[in-house]
Design a protein around this ligand. Sequence first.
Ligand SMILES: [Zn+2]
Length: 185
Amino acid sequence: MSTQKCQECLAPFEPGRPTQLYCSPSCSRVSRDRRRAEKRRATGRATRQTLVAVERANAQEKLLQAESNYQRQLRRESALAEDKFHHAVLERDRTIDQQLTQLRHLAAVNLDLCGELAEAKAQTTELRLETARILHSQRGDAQDLMRLAARLLQLTDHLGIPLDRPTAEIYRRRGWPTTMPARTR
Ligand SMILES: [Zn+2]
């Protein structure tokens, strides 16, 4: 039998079995306990690492979810805003079209009125001239008539023939004297 080194205390010993690694049950127990403790520590470390990894993954997933939500909302909002803008532009174009139509109509009406006004002005001028002509002619007629009446009164007075009744009536109606003033006789 050859000596062997104890794996725990490193002391030389003579193994009873070929697979014996420790010098004593005490060293075997110490070694086993240490290995178990190491295993527990390793498991604890692994568990903590796993937990951290899981939490990190969760956080990352949440972040991705939030970002995706944000992107979706952004797309929705911008689509809505674009729609609203488009609608507003259409509405404004329609209003402008209506106003233009109205303006064109008013311009046409205005043009018609201008034409009518010019025509009315021309007619008024013509009527004014016509009235002036008539007034002038009437004044001339009235003067002629008065001259004739005065002459007739003079002649009837001279001849001693009084005015007949309808003629005297005309004189009275016009406010002319029907007898010659006394001093001219
Ligand atoms: Zn030992």
